[in-house]
Design a protein around this ligand. Structure first.
Ligand code: GAR
Length: 197
């Protein structure tokens, strides 16, 4: 059974999908802890699903490195096989990458390398593209430039707003994430191998 720690900043709707998937006894992974960098709404899912939560508030530390060190300490306690950034809206410092990558993965609401960063959906809309997408990547020291695990195109519709487009991207992200967790757990996907190639 693979142990997952999921880190969030927001509502955690992708996290919810993972928690629901892992209620199936056949699912080969379990979320052992949910962490956040702020008082994120998604932390309530911990109560709902009976999963421990922790918060490492970014603003409580003097700098990103100090925050990262505290985050590493919290995450390590759970001895995860995989750490998932599922809407964690912070760049993690190099020490976090060193501690967990390549078993540190991130969902992103665009077809990377297009539209990296904190506003993937807004930037795609502003660029006027006809299609964007969803990506799942290994986290490295770049901004959303790590090895791509999976990605899929999502069309942009003429009357899309940031919110309607994001709502259509998220189910794709969920599917990619759950499939990747399955593939990793069943040894059909080797993140070390992917990161070497
Ligand atoms: C997801 O779309 C995720 O890809 C994105 O935040 C959303 C979180 O939604 N992450 C990033 O943009 C990271 N750069 P959720 O809290 O409802 O799961």
């Amino acid at each position: 059974m693979q142990k997952l720690v999921v880190l969030i900043s927001g509502t955690g709707s992708n996290l919810r999908a993972l928690l629901e998937a892992s209620e199936d006894a056949e699912f080969p992974a379990r979320v052992v802890a949910i962490g956040a960098d702020r008082e994120a709404d998604g932390l309530l899912l911990g109560e709902e699903f009976g999963i421990p939560t922790f918060t490492v508030p970014f603003t409580a530390y003097p700098d990103r490195d100090a925050w990262g060190a505290a985050l590493i300490e919290q995450v390590r306690q759970w001895e995860p096989d995989l750490v998932i950034l599922s809407g964690l809206m912070r760049l993690v410092p190099p020490a976090v990458v060193d501690a967990f990558s390549p078993h540190l993965i991130n969902t992103h609401p665009a077809y990377l390398p297009e539209f990296p960063g904190a506003h993937g959906v807004r930037d795609a809309l502003a660029a006027g593209v006809e299609q964007t997408g969803a990506s799942l990547i290994v986290v490295d020291n770049s901004v959303d430039g790590g090895p791509i695990i999976a990605q899929e195109r999502v069309p942009v519709l003429p009357d899309d707003t940031e919110s309607t487009l994001h709502d259509r991207i998220k189910p794709v992200e969920r599917r990619l994430l759950i499939q990747a967790v399955l593939d990793i757990a069943n040894s059909h996907l080797d993140l070390k191998e992917l990161s070497r190639s």
